[in-house]
Design a protein around this ligand. Sequence first.
Ligand SMILES: Cc1cc2nc3c(=O)[nH]c(=O)nc-3n(C[C@H](O)[C@H](O)[C@H](O)COP(=O)(O)OP(=O)(O)OC[C@H]3O[C@@H](n4cnc5c(N)ncnc54)[C@H](O)[C@@H]3O)c2cc1C
Length: 391
Amino acid sequence: MNGNYIYDVIITGGGIMGSATAYYLSRMAPGLKVAVVERDPSYARASTTLSMSNVRIQFSLKQNIQISQYAFQVLEAFEDEMTVEDRRPRIYFRRDGNLFLVGEENRPAARRAYDLQLSLGCRVQWWSPDQIKERYPLYDTTGILGGTFGPDDGHFDAYAALMAYKAKARSQGVNYLTGDVARIRTAGGRADGVALASGDVLSGGCVVNCGGAWAAQLAGTAGVKLPVIPVKRQVFALDPAVKPEGPLPLTVLLSGLYFRTETGGLILLGKSMEADPVGFNFTWDDQRFMEILWPELAEFVPAWDRLKLVRGWAGLYDVNTLDHNAIIGEWPEIGGLYLATGFSGHGLQQGPAVGRYLAERILKKPVSLDLSIFSPRRILENQPLSEAGIV
Ligand SMILES: Cc1cc2nc3c(=O)[nH]c(=O)nc-3n(C[C@H](O)[C@H](O)[C@H](O)COP(=O)(O)OP(=O)(O)OC[C@H]3O[C@@H](n4cnc5c(N)ncnc54)[C@H](O)[C@@H]3O)c2cc1C
């Protein structure tokens, strides 16, 4: 016997977006009936738990910078705010910084982004090659013009943060259900619930699609075509023979290769590449590291020509092929259908601001930070956001 259950808001996907939205909704509107439907409560394939967990101020679009400013604010108070009874989460927020290298080709974009960040009151510094070398002697700065360093940037335990949002949301009355959403239901131009693969139906006035790399598939069940594709990205964990003296910032080379220190003397490394396969592919291979990434790394950090590849993993970016930026808000053609997807590799840090914004929009409250620039309307109008430089 299948059931029909009634909610005010149904959130599909319980990753950082779904859980942050549920947290804000239940905080702003106690008593609201909110369900989060998540098919895998272990989150083994959720991007949230497979990410590099980096948070940075160094973006070149004003709203992305403001989103990160709010993330910093949230992360600082997070453990207190998310405490449930005597259970205080630990998210190990470490401000080891982000260092973006600057060369001839990206200098104008880096300068524009840097000036914008300063104008918004961010702490960011422009370093010469000597300043970089002085701070991080393992680096070979030959051929670079310098770098921009964000001392407030850093990383945290994404899984712990996700679990904290979930626990807090549940303590505020949110119902987490394990289930596979087969279809978003619509009637009379509005979303009115979801059908689960089990045959159960959840009815409600509002559906929020937080399906991550699966969000476009899910939207498709309501006839909505999103320019969002799942793209495999790999992360490698390395144990170098020569250890750095202290923590290294997330360092982004001109080629796009990036790495940072992790606990246990390890280095985490990744690089987005044109050839990264599209699809729901989670296989991991060491060939890419051995043949392409290691030589690149050892050129910049010569001491790391000796290291052990310890392990690696693959996760999915929900890549917005229109403009590589988030798609957030109500779908103009279907009332009550909200979207939060297309984060293209920087969504973890955007969870708090996006969750708060969606909750405010759904509850028809004034917004604390205007994110309407990310409205899904631009997809229908084929108007990509233009942003030079770092996205
Ligand atoms: C390798 C890698 C590195 C990254 N590094 C960073 C970083 O350093 N900083 C940063 O900010 N971001 C980073 N990101 C991006 C970030 O992880 C994502 O943008 C963010 O986690 C997206 O959150 P989400 O909640 O939208 O998606 P997810 O975390 O993927 O959650 C979506 C959930 O929806 C569920 N779901 C999907 N379809 C259904 C359905 N039909 N029924 C029920 N449940 C469903 C899934 O099981 C999943 O749990 C990285 C991503 C990857 C892959």
